[in-house]
Every structure is written in structure tokens, then in C-alpha cells.
Design a protein around this ligand. Sequence first.
Ligand code: PMP
Length: 437
Amino acid sequence: MSTSLRDAVERRLRSFGSASVLFYQQPLRMERAEGVWMYDADGRRYLDLYNNVPSVGHSHPRVLAAVSKQLGRLNTHTRYLNDVVDQYAERLLATFPEAIDRLVLTCTGSEANDLALRIAQAATGGTGFIVTETAYHGNTAAVTDVSPSSRPGRAPPHVRAIPPPESYRCSTGDPGERFAAAVNEAIADLERDGIRFAGLLVDTIFSSDGVYADPPGFLAAAATVVKARGGLFISDEVQPGFGRTGASLWGFARHSVVPDVVTMGKPMGNGFPMGGVAIRAALLDCFTAETKYFNTFGGNPVAAAAGLAVIDTIHDEGLTENAFRVGGHLAAGLREIGNHHLPIGDVRGAGLYIGVELVSDRETKTPAPEIASDLINRLRQRGFLIGAAGPHGNILKIRPPLCLTKDNADLFIAAFDEVLREIAPAPRSGVAAASRH
Ligand code: PMP
């Protein structure tokens, strides 16, 4: 690490201390970004395959113009009527199934999930929640309770953590049926402890658990169980939402379920802090009957202008379709590489949310977090940014802005292949194809 970079890291730590989180062995000093490219303090460019916040592209001119114009006109709390705010709410609600007809706007995904938990408690009279084993849903006290990845192995008494619906490690039976059975058991377990079931909260692409998307429809059986047992199905769309999975604007749509509550965040404002809860009127009314809720900044006119520009851009630039097309191309390229590189155990995902599971042995499927870390850092040195997920940190998380092109994807595929050759030279005769879930 150069002296100036070391100084910059020390400076960061002096202010932010142990709560500071920096990526990469050689942290990056980012200065600006445009589209899918980020530029560091030395002017070096990086292909961004990690960020789902600037989802329609870094510094998108349409979002910039909308936010700047609105900032110069009016920005205030949300207790006045304002056309942009109502226009945004109508546009956003129109993207949901008809039953979901109300919206509460917040500033973060954490706030949205916090509110969703409270709505579920008010509507069901229960306090028990079910989540997946390595889920992350945000950072408030209540949401940290339902985020096992923040406190591994220490779920509080009202929370049950179950395995995600995956079919790489556990290939017997149907993942959806297995998941539904686990939900059923967890509800029974809560009840044995005298805790009434309030809801199932899932990220519909299972990002932190390790990216699980297939087969489409695998959430439907669990949704049926949740309904039958009187709880709410809460779909956390902070990661898959706004077109990322390439099939629809929403991750739950791939699974043909209509959630009781939908929470949103990250890509919603393309970097402008926004979150939200979309919900049926009757459920919202249950909550507001007992609790007053007001959010000073949530859905302010500037946020609404940003949100509107994001929805318009996704639509006008065909970004959901692009996620489908370029995501498919990227996943196919990575699978092709898997034919030559033993550490690639599985390539999976939907649209431009791709997980690559690295293993030290394809038979035993032993997780290889050290290979993942080495690969991520070497790619960073070459100018490509990705991250890792899963309980062992061995699943590469590839999640670029939705405007990634096939040429961008090809650049990454070639670099990925080269780095894998450096780390683990391919056997001369090639190897069996990586799993294709
Ligand atoms: N839900 C999921 C699935 C997330 O990934 C995140 C953030 N990474 C959140 C909720 C919390 O969103 P925020 O950081 O905006 O509070």
C-alpha cells in the first residue's frame, strides 16, 4: 500500500473507527463515476459490477436534471400537497399487482423493513418472524433482530432463521417445497414457545444468503403456508427490485406470488436516499389505527423527482430487458469459463444479479472463501469491481448497474478467465461443466 493510501485509510479510521467498512486489500479512493464506470483519484477507471444503488447508471443525466430542477424549486417535508409527489406515488403503485394500492415512503430500506415489521405485528397480533439463515434486511434495532448475517448464530427468541431455497448444496427434492416445509416447522416452533406468527420476511433474490433465483415459482408454496397460518408475506425488494432480475420490475413476480407487503430501497432513487413500503390499504389501516406514523424526509419532492426519473429511465431505456439480455450473456460466459476452472462450482442468478459459487472441491462442494477473496482483489487491481456473499463469503456477487452492455460483460468475462488462470491454472484436458442451477 502506498504511503498516501495508508494515510487516507488512517484518516478515515481516525473519524469513523471500528464502524468503518472499506472494500479491498487496497481500498479505493473514488472520485467520480458515469454509467458503468468509476474513476479513482488517479483517474484510473473501473468497470462497476457491484453497485446496485446507481442502478440506471452512475450520474445519470436524467436523474441529475430532475433532482437539480426540483431542488431549485421546492424541497420540504411531506405535509403539503405537491404534484410531483402524487405523480410518483401513482406511477410506482401502477407497477404493482392491483391488490397493492397504498404506499408509504421512507429514506432507507432499513426504515421500510422496520415499518413492515410493525405493520405485520399490528395486523396479526403476533411478534414472531421467519427469515433466512444469512439474510440482511437493514440496521435498525428491530431489523437487526431479523438480520442473522449481522449477528450470526444469535437470533432473538421471536425470530426463526431457516435455510434459503437453494438447490446447489441440497439437490434432493423441490427447493420450494423444502422451503415451505421449513416455514411450516418454524411457525410450529414459534408456537411451541408461545409466540404468535407475524410474518415471513424474504429478499426474493436471497442476496446475502448467496443468490438463489431458480426455479422461478419456488416461493409460491411458502406464501401459501404463510397465508394459511395467518401471517404476512413480506417481500424485501431492496436488492432485486426495479428491474434487476430481468423479468419484471419486481423479484416476487418471478415467483408468481402477490406479497402482503413489499419493501423497497437502494435503486429507487439512483443514489438519492429513498425507501418505501407498498401495501394493501386494509393492512396499512390496521397499523395507523394504533400508531401515528410520519416521515419528515420520506418521499419529499426531490426524492419523488429522483424516483420518477428512475422509473422513466428504466422504462424508456429498456433496462429490465437489458438486464435479461446482458445478464443472460454474462451468466453464459461465466458458465463457459466454469468448464475450464475447477473452483467454479455453480453460476446462478437472474438478470443482472449473478452469483458464482467458488469451491475447493467440486465433489464435496467445500466453500473456498480464500479463492473468492484473492479473485476479488486481483480483479480490483485489473479494474473490475465485484463483491462476495453467502455464509462463508465464497459466493461472488455480480450486480452491475442495469445499463451494462454485452461489450462490458465480455471485458469482465475475459478478465475473470485470466485471473482464474493465475490463481488456479486449468487442467490440460478441461473439466466437467459447472452446475447450471
Ligand atoms: N434489505 C436488503 C435485502 C438489503 O440488502 C439492504 C441493504 N443492503 C437493506 C434491506 C437495508 O437498506 P438500507 O441500507 O437502505 O437501510
